[in-house]
Ligand binder design. Sequence first.
Ligand code: CS2
Length: 488
Amino acid sequence: MKRLSSAVLSDLPERVSVPAYDRAAVGIGIVHLGIGAFHRAHQAVYTDDVLAKHGGDWAISGVSLRSKTVHDQLDPQDGLFSVTALDGEGRDCRIVGSVKEVIFAPDDKLRLFDLMAAPTTRIVSLTVTEKGYYRDPSTGALLTNDPAIRADLVNVDNPATAVGLIVRALKLRRAAGTEPFTVLCCDNLPANGAALRQVVLDYARLHDSDLAAWIEETVRFPSTMVDRIVPATTEEGLAAVESQLDCRDEGAILTEPFTQWVIEDDFSAGRPAWEDVGAMLVDDVAPFEFAKLRLLNGPHSTLAYLGYLAGMEYVSDCMENSSLRRFVDTLMREDIRPTVTAPEGFDVDGYIDALQARFANPELHHRCWQIAMDGSQKLPQRLLGTVRDRLKEGASVARFGLVVAAWIRYASGVDLDGNTIDVRDPFSERFAERFTPLLSKPEALAEAALSMTEIFGKDLSEDATFRTAVTDGLKKLFADGAIAATEL
Ligand code: CS2
């Protein structure tokens, strides 16, 4: 079977759309750190549409920081990959051309710094996941004691983390008298621009205070809200795409039709006209980000933990279960919705309905296990803020208690039938040490989990109402199982 590449573009079946512009003629303007599936299904698609509409030197150089997989998938394909939107009725398949190259950072630092320091690079964007910021989720400060950050600080000219790379590149630009690029965070963190700015400044201050002051004064960090559900591609998915394309695409992405991007319009060195291809450029992203994190990501994690413990593989399986569906519906409408201040003209009920339909998309095959990853980094951003607001209101947090209980059980690495769970989380070893010996003691287990203030903050750790909700959640979960426990 032939492989997708520039050479085969003109032979693809007509139903597959291909880049409607001369890829060779568009220069690189964006360096994207963390070129995983999400970036390719989201920002790369918007940029591809802009290039087709307006041209311009806004092509993307995608950077992998830790794994060579994407490089090996896309390099032989001239950076090309397909994005297939699945909606139960049909599949819409397109080839995206906006990524011109993939750099595997550990192998190609010189090229990477040349590019990041080049005046032609006007935006450095990021999708490195929550843990890639080395940020204390409860305070927002840089984790200066994390081994990866410590290693970068003793080796500032050859860093490995995204924060280290950005500071190094900005230093090179400042020394050369080149204007800074705009730093565009595209991860699921509240006020993600400000969050990234803080860790960049924390890092720069530890290394060069003049540089830190320059960054503080001149570099823009607009916030964004990004949304598209993009499950990891499976071998089955690759095979389905192969039959659509009549060629092999090792970098194929399967996703949902829905996509949304809200961007704070604060760029110092220009930007693609993303607003012409469906993105919203606004003055304040916060209300969108807030609604999305709380109403999409919070319930997503809820389904992931409870669903996993109930033996379900995919999010859509959870939505087919009437108890889980009812639980998440009540959580969204009664517990989370009152804390969400909708952006103007935003129909929150319609948003909730649409989100549930998206979760239920049976074609997506989005594994609970995938969403369950990195809970220590995700829960503070997507769930615990809501808990704080509800506690302030004096409202019940019983349902949140059950969700956190499900997370604790999941993080312990032992499911309700005693089987091992492959827990992926920066704290997984600590969870195994602390939680696993306490599985028969719900009170002590809740105490051990909530005392992790880096996740729960001092306030929630000490909140008696929340502690009771989590303890009760654990008792119910252990006694009745995940499904029956949702009948609160
Ligand atoms: C998910 C998100 O894996 C997860 O944590 O909740 O990746 C989610 O699919 C996206 O934020 C949707 O925009």
